[in-house]
Design a protein around this ligand. Structure first.
Ligand code: MTE
Ligand code: MO
Length: 305
């Protein structure tokens, strides 16, 4: 990917450039002044101003696409970028199923023509205590939920990754029980910070990043952000999720980034931002506390980790 420099781009420069590109595209001309992002949490429209801090630097395209977890292509961090070239994400369909009024097989291309794609810069915090800052493109999961039109009995959503052992060499081995599955409670799924991503840095998702469609839930550990989604199931009970099914004492269903609940084998108090030397303090809910803590009021977050 030669078009992207491997330098770290300061967040505000990137945002300004994206705004410039978008407004010039919309206006059909290349005129525009760079605007700085305004911090304002009062209106829903501006909730995203708080995606990351101005002094958070973006990870480079190179870092984001060569240091990955995607066991369908192997367990090593470079396996997904090295072993995913035979995966074919086009055409793609998504099954909407379960407790909904509009069960259907959605053609992704078709859907993307009708849905507005937005820019979202989010921190991604992995349970293994590394993190990155990623400029995603995508749309709120709530848009798809509206299309599905859930029944009132639908309390949770389960997401399922495609099963294609011929294209995903890791699925020929029992690294995990396949297919990979994840889940969210309905209110988490409806939250405006929860997105389905189709791209990053203005480029369609590469296979290692979960092409053509992956979930991003910025206040939860990375493993909740399931990749290459082929089914979305609306269910009435808390669904199975791959890691919490495999090791329930290490990975809970909620898996909110929580600096005061350590993983049994390591601390969750600090993290290593890829590309940085000094460790950072991990923030509660990965820094999105103001936006999401109300979802868990009254819940014991040591019990529901
Ligand atoms: N289908 C699938 N989705 C997955 C995984 C996986 O192995 N399979 N790994 C998860 C983990 S552990 C993390 S940290 C993130 C990593 O996303 P990234 O490689 O885009 O940074 O993807 C998550 N989504
Ligand atoms: Mo992870």
């Amino acid at each position: 990917m030669k078009i992207f420099s491997s330098e770290i781009t300061p967040y505000k420069h990137y945002i300004n450039r994206r705004k410039f590109i978008k407004s010039s595209l919309a206006a059909g001309l290349v005129l525009g002044t760079s605007t700085t992002i305004q911090a304002n949490h009062s209106s829903n429209q501006n909730i995203y101003a708080n995606q990351v801090d101005e002094n958070d630097s973006l990870n480079s395209f190179e870092e984001i696409t060569t240091y990955n977890n995607f066991y369908e292509f192997g367990m090593g961090k470079t396996d997904p970028s090295e072993n995913s070239s035979n995966f074919n994400p086009k055409p793609w369909s998504i099954n909407l199923e379960g407790l909904i009024n509009n069960p259907q097989v959605l053609d992704l291309e078709n859907l993307l023509q009708k849905i507005a794609i937005e820019d979202r810069v989010y921190r991604l915090r992995c349970v293994e205590a590394w993190s990155m800052v990623i400029p995603w493109q995508g749309f709120p999961l709530s848009e798809l939920i509206k299309i599905a039109d859930p029944l009132s009995s639908a309390k949770f959503i389960q997401f399922v990754t495609v099963f294609r052992p011929d294209e995903m060499p890791g699925q020929k081995r029992r690294l995990l029980p396949w297919p990979y599955v994840e889940g969210l409670r309905m209110d988490e799924a409806m939250h405006p910070l929860t997105i389905l991503s189709t791209g990053l840095y203005g480029h369609d998702l590469l296979n290692q990043s979960g092409a053509p469609l992956r979930l991003v839930v910025p206040w939860k550990y990375g493993f909740k952000s399931i990749k290459s989604i082929s089914s979305i199931r609306f269910v009435d009970k808390q669904p199975e999720a791959t890691w919490s099914m495999l090791a329930p004492s290490e990975y809970g269903f909620y898996s909110n980034v929580n600096n005061f609940v350590d993983h049994p084998r390591w601390s969750q108090g600090t993290e290593r931002r890829i590309g940085e030397f000094k460790r950072r303090k991990t923030l509660m809910f990965n820094g999105y506390e103001e936006e999401v803590s109300h979802l868990y009021s009254g819940m014991d977050l040591r019990k529901y980790y």
